[in-house]
Design a protein around this ligand. Structure first.
Ligand SMILES: [Zn+2]
Length: 445
């Protein structure tokens, strides 16, 4: 008898435990486990497990009864699109974008294995993608899970896009998607995409980003004996240009150092390569001045910059024909959208989505810093290129910025807090009804 009572008790304990763990999807540990599962899928470029990530996202969608489809603009690179249908499908929809790929890792430089998603004693979850940006992708889903279980019904439709290849330029993902016929049919009104962690208590919101211009300047000149002094050698001409570019770089950097401008507000220039010399099997010919020399620069330009004067500077000072120099761009991302307007999202009253997002964050007890320009590139610019407002936002406060670094982590409490923030944002966005012109004119009266 004793034995069987004992086994019945064990059975009941097991029963209660298993019922709880399968139904209590709001349980923080369940939420963290799902985050770990997503992080454990190795989606590092250049060989991401795209389909594993897609299957995982689709399994989450099924558990929430969300619509889903897979789009493949490039074979082998699936883009998963989820849909939570709103009550009024005539209103423009909301698009929450995230990328499933992550940058590569140097395994031996991590204290925790980058695809184990270990949690340390402080609650920090270590994994590649914990900040950039699997956190955001899954927070969108968790926020919808919470809203659904509370009985909330959106008025506007919400789409979630999980794009495959942001870390290598976004051609198969966000770019093809934003330019597609499918995308037009979604009637998107606003896009939310990634931002950055904030080391202080303020979340960060990004309204634009800098466009990369990859410039190669080349000098040519007469070759000559290494012992002879003469003017207009390729090396001398290139060095003069490098010195001029370096002074420009310093002038921009000084503005940042003095606190007059944020990093995203200046034109940055960094030398990416320097190529010259006449090679030998063991090194370079030392008694010859070469006839060609070139240098490459990674330039990043905010949409507020005067690009005409920068181009003149390049033409007249950095690579002037008077010094036998030429230049070409390996990449020149326009700072204007397809309508010819500078590519940025308005932060004033002309764009209600900005204030709505701010309000939603504050309602969920989050604090915000001032609007920023993203220093690097994200997929958001493909949506801005279409003339759409796109806001960069990743809810990570009190967190060191570790994207693309070793030992990338996010604290689990911060992750959970981010879900509440998105819950508030989705609620505000999907409930928003634009004032009709009638209402506006009544107000004005
Ligand atoms: Zn990212």
């Amino acid at each position: 008898m004793e034995v069987s009572l004992y086994s019945i008790a064990i059975f009941f304990c097991f029963f209660i435990f298993s019922v709880q763990s399968s139904t209590d999807s709001d349980n923080p540990s369940e939420i963290i486990i799902r985050f770990q599962q997503y992080l454990q899928i190795n989606t590092a470029q250049p060989n991401p497990k795209y389909y594993e990530a897609a299957d995982f996202i689709i399994s989450q969608a099924k558990s929430l009864n969300l619509g889903y489809e897979t789009l493949e603009y490039v074979k082998g690179k699936p883009l998963v699109l989820l849909k939570w249908t709103g009550k009024n499908q005539n209103l423009p929809s909301i698009l929450l974008n995230s990328h499933t790929d992550v940058v590569p890792v140097e395994h031996h430089k991590w204290k925790h294995s980058p695809f184990d998603a270990n949690v340390d004693q402080l609650g920090n979850i270590y994994a590649r993608g914990s900040q950039d940006m699997k956190c955001v992708g899954l927070q969108y889903i968790e926020a919808i899970r919470r809203l659904k279980s509370s009985g909330f019904e959106p008025i506007r439709t919400v789409y979630l896009s999980f794009v495959p290849d942001e870390e290598i330029g976004g051609l198969a993902g966000a770019q093809s998607f934003a330019e597609s016929e499918e995308f037009k049919k979604l009637n998107v009104g606003v896009v939310v995409d990634e931002g950055l962690a904030s080391p202080n208590e303020n979340y960060r919101m990004f309204y634009a980003e800098r466009s990369p211009w990859w410039l190669v300047i080349k000098a040519t000149g007469l070759p000559g004996h290494g012992a002879k002094l003469y003017d207009n050698s390729a090396m001398e001409n290139l060095l003069k240009s490098i010195e001029i570019v370096r002074r420009f770089r310093a002038s921009q950097f000084d503005l940042v150092k003095a606190g007059l401008k944020a990093e995203g507000e200046v034109i940055s220039v960094n030398m990416a390569f320097l190529k010259a010399g006449t090679p030998t099997p063991t090194g370079f010919v030392m008694n010859l001045q070469p006839s060609e020399a070139e240098a490459g620069f990674d330039i990043r330009i905010p949409p507020t910059a005067d690009t005409t004067s920068l181009e003149r500077r390049i033409y007249e000072e950095w690579a002037p024909s008077s010094r036998n120099m030429t230049f070409e761009f390996q990449e020149k991302t326009p700072v204007y959208d397809k309508f010819g307007k500078p590519v940025f999202t308005a932060t004033d009253s002309s764009n209600p989505w900005w204030a709505l997002l701010e309000g939603a964050v504050k309602k969920a007890n989050g604090k915000l810093g001032k609007p920023e320009i993203f220093a690097a590139s994200t997929d958001a610019h493909y949506f801005r290129d279409q003339g759409l407002p796109a806001i960069g936002f990743s809810p990570m406060a009190n967190t060191p910025i570790l994207l693309h670094e070793h030992n990338e982590f996010l604290n689990q409490a911060e992750y959970l807090k981010g879900i509440e923030i998105y819950e508030s944002i989705i609620k505000e966005y999907t409930s928003y009804i634009e004032p009709t012109s009638d209402a506006v004119s009544r107000e004005e009266l």
